[in-house]
Design a protein around this ligand. Structure first.
Ligand SMILES: [Zn+2]
Length: 342
């Protein structure tokens, strides 16, 4: 986003009555205009409140530029995701987390040294930094397979049950959300009212590798969220522009026109309705605030990347309105759709 303020975009509801509220008045790092002059720090930290930190990895390091979340309780902290980069020299995640925990301890709280390194899901751009935490004292790194995730959170049934992680005075609910990835989860934090949605819901291309499971997960996720005091829906990437229905091409390293990261409950419901409407039909289904990309194969991804390049070129030349083969949807329940599937 631009301008350091959230004056436009999704318009999330305020924090729920039991949530703390916090600071999302941030301009995220979004890459450098010139590849020969990199200006972003490797990791940006946004202190939402004194025990909640949102981290973004630099696009100068990885075009994925994933977001990570550090939530601190009275007894231990949990880090959701470790980014796209193993090398601490280019992406010093462990040093950053240790510093934040030290500062958190210094803010009148007891020292919090214990750390759980967990994941919204097991894709490489969310787990690559795991090795930085190997050997760290009082640290558990949760494995990425379904059995390990189910066991760690004590989820009574997969994917229908809800598990928990207790940080001490801060108990998070964990809901399985397979579809983008078999062991994907969503997490509700009552302190902030955040629902962390990983790559299942965010302002970008939502890759449904298993479309029926993806749609079913969204139905469960909406029910789960409706039962809780949700302030913001927080995903792990930004790939849209602030122009409705327009995403940055895959691999983009500089995104000066990003919408806010946070999404609203209304947008979460829209994603669910969109997934149901798209059904299992493969390919891109484009909406104002997100794209659903069903069963993406290598060829479709390449076409999407090239389509993005073509759109950019066409826009510069004042020509194109959309990429060929791109499905656009309309429906009474899904906000901001424009045309039927063609
Ligand atoms: Zn992913």
């Amino acid at each position: 986003m631009l301008g350091g303020r959230q004056e436009s975009g999704p318009g999330p509801a305020g924090p729920g009555p039991s949530a703390s509220g916090g600071d999302l008045n941030v301009r995220w790092i979004h890459g450098s205009p010139s590849p020969w002059h990199r200006t972003d720090p490797p990791i940006q930290v946004q202190r939402y409140d004194e025990r909640t930190f949102i981290l973004r990895q630099s696009k100068d390091v990885s075009y994925e530029a994933p977001f990570m979340y550090l939530l601190v309780g009275d007894e231990r902290a949990v880090l959701f995701d470790t980014g796209a980069t193993k090398d601490p020299a280019s992406s010093p995640l462990r040093a950053t987390v240790d510093r934040l925990l030290d500062e958190s301890s210094a803010n009148g709280h007891g020292p919090v040294r214990g750390l759980v390194v967990a994941h919204t899901h097991g894709h490489g751009d969310h787990v690559a930094g795991d090795p930085q935490f190997l050997g760290r004292p009082d640290t558990a790194v949760v494995a990425r397979d379904v059995d390990a995730v189910r066991e760690f959170y004590r989820i009574p049934g997969w994917p229908d049950g809800v598990g928990r992680i207790d940080l001490g005075g801060r108990v998070l609910d964990v809901l399985p959300t397979p579809g983008h990835h078999p062991s994907a989860v969503a997490v509700f934090d009552p302190r902030t009212g955040f629902v962390l949605t990983g790559d299942t819901v965010y302002p970008g291309r939502l890759y449904a590798f298993d479309p029926p499971a993806f749609a079913a997960s969204l139905e469960r996720l909406v029910s789960f969220a409706e039962d809780r005091e949700v302030s913001h829906v927080m995903g792990c990437h930004i790939e849209m522009t602030r122009t409705p229905g327009r995403d940055y091409p895959i691999g983009t390293r500089y995104q000066p026109d990003e919408p806010p990261l946070q999404m609203s409950m209304g947008q979460l419901v829209s994603v669910k309705e969109a997934a149901l409407k798209a059904g299992g039909r493969p390919g891109r289904h484009t909406f104002d605030d997100f794209v659903i990309f069903n069963s993406p194969c290598r060829r479709a991804l390449l076409a999407s990347a090239l389509g993005g390049v073509g759109r950019n070129l066409g826009r510069r030349l004042g020509l194109s309105q959309g990429a060929p083969g791109e499905a656009r949807l309309r429906g009474p329940h899904v906000k901001n759709q424009r045309t039927e599937i063609d």
